[in-house]
Design a protein around this ligand. Structure first.
Ligand code: NAP
Length: 306
């Protein structure tokens, strides 16, 4: 049986390590502060933000949620970000995506001070990542590296294949793997013979948003498979096909009206991989843990700079 890479366990370790750092900051002035900007009422975003605020509470990080109306203009939202940039008690600013269509998202993300950009999305911080300079790293990619290291999965000299080239997952995780001395291939929707490229991977990262797309045919025997995908599947027949009509899975589907699926086929990965992240419970829990880590690090850097 392959090893299950348990994201919840690693998340708990990371949070336990952050607690004394938060306490030390609080004891010598104030706790780290995170501002979350949530525009409108996107249901998934509401859940993500709630989980982020809960994680702050667990750790003793001060948090504040700003909830501008769905109809807010780019200019007004820019003014909100500027205010947060200037606040002494706020170390991290997170603008929850997606933003409504009338908002110029790129201008908003550019407006966040790079020192407070705990998502690691600002071009200054992306540049720091490319150059291997210190700076906040995008949370999900950073969590993947943390998971691999804590499970002592060798990276240096190994062949890594990343499927997906988004700015928030695919590209940054590929760069982080490169900095760890993997030989990295980035694939996308125009990559020919994707299964053959993926079969070359010692470490395969799937970040596509295509439920169960990565079947056993993509996986080299013994590879480490990291499944970033999280898609809610609401088609009962699709769940039946993927889980070979498992009564348990269909019952779970019927109870919840949908199931969260990764990009990797949940049964075939078990037959081929040496280690893998389950969905849920693999990569997902690490994203918020790394957001907390970025917030604490930002507070420490700002404190030291004073
Ligand atoms: P995205 O911006 O939609 O990017 C998807 C990428 O996958 C694109 O580069 C696309 O290629 C590629 N792709 C799509 N279909 C493909 C195919 N058939 N063959 C090869 N490549 C294909 O998605 P994202 O924001 O990176 O997110 C990816 C998944 O990760 C989603 O399910 C998302 O929900 C999940 N996610 C999870 C977490 C977490 O905390 N667990 C965090 C972030 C994202 P092109 O560029 O050619 O279109």
């Amino acid at each position: 049986m392959p090893q299950i890479l348990d994201g919840a366990r690693v998340r708990d370790e990371i949070k336990a390590e952050l607690k004394p750092r938060v306490a030390a900051l609080a004891a010598t002035g104030r706790p780290p502060g995170l501002a979350v900007v949530l525009v409108g009422h996107h249901p998934a975003s509401e859940v993500y933000v709630r989980n982020k605020i809960k994680a702050c509470e667990d750790l003793g990080i001060y948090s504040e949620t700003l909830r501008p109306a769905e109809s807010i203009s780019t200019e007004t939202l820019l003014a909100t970000i500027e205010q947060l940039n200037g606040r002494h008690d706020i170390d991290g600013i997170l603008v929850q995506l997606p933003l409504p269509p009338q908002i110029d998202s790129k201008r908003i993300l550019l407006a966040v001070s790079p020192q407070k950009d705990v998502d690691g999305f600002h071009p200054c911080n992306v540049g720091a990542l490319v150059a291997g300079l210190p700076g906040p790293r995008a949370c999900t990619p950073a969590g993947i590296i943390e998971l691999l290291k804590r499970y002592q999965v060798p990276i240096a000299g190994r062949r890594a294949v990343v499927v997906g080239r988004s700015d928030i997952v695919g590209k940054p995780v590929a760069l982080l793997l490169l900095h760890e001395h993997a030989t990295v291939t980035i694939c996308h929707s125009r990559t020919p013979d994707l299964p053959a490229v993926c079969r070359e991977a010692d470490i395969l990262v799937a970040a596509m948003g295509r439920p169960a797309f990565v079947t056993g045919d993509f996986i080299r025997h013994g590879a480490t498979v990291i499944d970033v995908g999280t898609t809610r599947v609401e088609d009962r027949d699709q769940i039946g096909r993927i889980f070979r009509n498992s009564e348990d899975k269909l019952a779970a589907f019927d109870k919840r009206g949908g199931l969260l699926m990764g990009d990797v086929h949940p049964l075939e990965v078990v037959e081929k991989a040496g280690a893998y992240t389950p969905v849920p419970g693999g990569v997902g829990p690490l994203t918020i843990a790394m957001l907390m880590a970025n917030t604490v690090l930002s507070a420490e850097r700002r404190r030291n700079a004073c």
